[in-house]
Design a protein around this ligand. Structure first.
Ligand SMILES: [Mn+2]
Length: 181
């Protein structure tokens, strides 16, 4: 199973077009989106080529439909233009005997009682890609597709064959790799 994970698109037509380029190259089994899909959010500057309708059209065209959880910038009005469910707080996947929790990240602490060693929690929200291990639990962040808040590139994540790969959304270049063992 090859999973492509992206977060914090924030309505950028330009960078979601790049994400769609990478999606075609990667040909994952499914794209998982960790929220903050359309609205730029009052705390952020407008991203490059802010165009919520164009972003909705691109995401609505995907087959299979993306698996998506709700960001703090996503609401009922966003669900009206997106043809796949976007308002669930959490999704749980079982991949190769591992339990993987997907959530946006602004309410991440609420999930902690569910987690046990070996589990992976993947969340966005901070727009800072990275990974940390705590009490045997792996906390993973794919970064933001459009509005990075660190020096790292705009990024997405690939989970395949027991490996996590962080890649730049403009080039597809791997810049961080983690073996899940
Ligand atoms: Mn965000």
């Amino acid at each position: 199973m090859k999973l492509m994970i992206a977060s914090d698109l924030h309505g950028s037509k330009y960078y979601v077009e790049r994400l769609m380029d990478r999606y075609r190259e990667e040909a994952p089994d499914r794209l998982a989106l960790l929220g903050d899909i359309l609205y730029h959010g009052p705390r952020n500057a407008l991203p490059r080529e802010y165009d919520t309708r164009a972003v909705a059209d691109m995401l609505n065209s995907l087959v299979p439909a993306p698996l998506c959880v709700k960001g703090n910038c996503d609401g009922e009005v966003d669900q009206m233009v997106l043809h796949f469910p976007v308002l669930a707080e959490t999704a749980v996947l079982y991949v190769d005997d591992r339990t993987i929790f997907l959530t946006h990240g602004h309410r991440r602490e609420e999930l902690v009682p569910l987690l046990s060693p070996g589990d992976i929690l993947i969340s966005g929200h901070t727009h800072i890609p990275g990974m940390q291990k705590e009490d045997g639990i792996l906390y993973v962040n794919p970064g933001s597709v459009s509005l990075p808040k660190s020096v790292d590139p705009r990024s997405y994540l690939i989970l395949e064959d027991g490996q996590l790969l962080w890649k730049g959304v403009e080039t597809g270049t791997v810049w961080k790799r983690e073996d899940l063992g």
